[in-house]
Ligand binder design. Structure first.
Ligand code: SF4
Length: 472
């Protein structure tokens, strides 16, 4: 076991495999309990591990439909009909780890390796800005070249790109766990969320897929990663598990346990939860027995929605448009769009996928404009909002706003303003037509007449001037 000798303090392994396994085995379907738990969720109260286990143990179709219906209702209550859009940007796929499911693992000699130069990064960001994106997540393998200083410099390079009316207003990070000093360096570059996925919370499975003689082989260093990030001043955290490595029920309870741990220790839970499902990858070696069916995937998303009402749920382009369309109903609040995960893929002429250049195969290669058009014509407001992050409504301060439902008052107006920018600066005619119709309908629905006037005035400025970047 490579032990990280940078431990500055003791840390807690709050994942008890036996306890989680016992609760899964001992929890049976109980209609009365399910009803009480769904009522609690509708009061927007986070669920306990035991309550979440009860929903997981529920299999009769009628009760599962109740779970789906309640997740839909809670989603509308807390997130309204907006869907926040972002894009991933892979900066480098050199990696010293050897995760058996990943095309970037070090022992895979046939993977094409690359680290974007600053100029290449700028070219990718310009392409993303030209398509209308405002929010990015930068992705890095774990490698001595990808130091905290390198990650911070990459963030600053991205924020510095201003192509036409384009700009990136929020940069999130998906990278290896750092020590306290490392997180402080990256935080200082102005990041939003720092994402670290535990991949699997089951210790034995973790050892099976992450060789001990690799950095990532240290389960506890990774599990403690976001705690160190909180202690270093980062305030928006993203957790996640890779579904298909082990029993999905165990991973859902692992995610809920992790959320509760952060909430209890730092007063704020994760900002987002991701639930990527294993997809084909170059040279992938996994045990297929835990592959998650579409039906169980729907159940776990709905159950997560109910368990952590104020945590954003991210569904990526790993999944097909059909699955994404269906799951957005149950509680997904953020999706990527126009995604290319090949290094320098945003300046590539076609959308073909070469798996020896990508971490895994993606299921949704539609353009940003195609995804936005579908959202507009299925009752969603596409949003590029970054105002909470930029106005300091982050971490526990975000929660202050989220809990009373205030966020509704900010989210919809801000979503309409960022949508208006997209329609004026980047949209196709077809999407423009659908977009302005939705904006008119949403303004009509706005009961706060003063807010309606303020939003309308700002939209007029966006349509008739070069002024941009309004927010509440
Ligand atoms: S999953 Fe991440 S850490 Fe593991 S081999 Fe792939 S890039 Fe490296």
């Amino acid at each position: 076991m490579i032990k990280h000798d940078k431990w500055s303090r003791d840390c807690i392994d709050f994942i008890n495999d036996d306890a989680i396994t016992d609760i899964i085995k001992s929890t049976t379907e109980d209609a009365e309990k399910v009803k009480r738990i769904l009522d609690k969720s509708l009061r927007k109260e986070p669920l306990t591990v035991a309550e979440t286990a009860t929903l997981i143990a529920t299999e009769s179709s009628e009760l599962v439909e109740d779970i789906f219906a309640t997740a839909r209702e809670l989603k509308r209550e807390v997130y309204g009909n907006r869907i926040v859009l972002f894009a991933p940007l892979y900066i480098g796929n050199f990696c010293i780890n050897d995760c058996k499911y990943c095309a970037f693992r070090r022992s895979l000699r046939t993977t094409v390796r690359k680290t974007l130069t600053p100029d290449e990064t700028i070219a990718q960001v310009e392409a993303l800005e030209n398509s209308g994106h405002k929010r990015l997540i930068l992705v890095f393998g774990e490698h001595p070249d990808y130091t905290p200083e390198f990650i911070a410099e990459s963030v600053r390079n991205v924020y510095a790109v201003k192509k036409g009316k384009g700009d990136i207003r929020r940069v999130n990070i998906n990278a290896a766990p750092l020590d306290h000093e490392g997180f402080k360096t990256v935080k200082a570059s102005g990041i939003g969320t720092y994402q670290i996925f535990q991949e699997t919370y089951h210790h034995a499975t973790y050892r099976k897929y992450h060789p001990e003689n690799t950095h990532k082989g240290d389960y506890l260093w990774r599990l403690d990663g976001l705690s160190r990030a909180f202690e270093s001043g980062c305030d928006d955290m993203g957790i996640g598990a890779l579904f298909g490595l082990y029993d999905w029920r165990f991973e859902v309870l692992g995610l809920v346990t992790h959320s509760i741990h952060l909430q209890q220790k730092y007063g704020v839970g994760p900002h987002t939860i991701s639930f990527p499902r294993i997809q084909p990858a170059h040279g992938m070696e996994i045990d297929p027995q835990y592959v998650v069916s579409d039906y169980d995937f729907k159940r776990l998303v709905a159950i997560l929605r109910l368990a952590v009402p104020y945590t954003g749920l991210i569904l990526t382009a790993r999944e097909s448009p059909e699955i994404r369309r269906e799951l957005m109903e149950f509680g997904v609040s953020q999706i990527d769009a126009g995604t290319r995960i090949e290094l320098a893929g945003y300046t590539k002429k076609d959308d073909s996928q070469e798996l020896n250049k990508e971490q895994f195969a993606i299921g949704d290669v539609r353009s940003l404009d195609e995804v936005i058009h579908e959202l507009l014509t299925t009752g969603y407001i596409p949003s590029f909002c970054t105002s909470c992050y930029r106005l300091g409504r982050t971490g526990e301060h975000f929660m202050e706003y989220a809990i009373p439902g205030f966020i509704q008052n900010f989210c919809t107006p801000n979503a309409l303003l960022t949508l208006a920018e997209y329609l004026v600066d980047y949209s196709s005619d077809k999407t423009c037509e659908a977009g302005w119709k939705l904006i008119d309908d949403e303004l009509e629905k706005m009961v706060d007449l003063d807010m309606r006037r303020q939003v309308s005035d700002k939209i007029e400025k966006i349509r008739n001037s070069n002024e941009r970047d309004f927010c509440f």
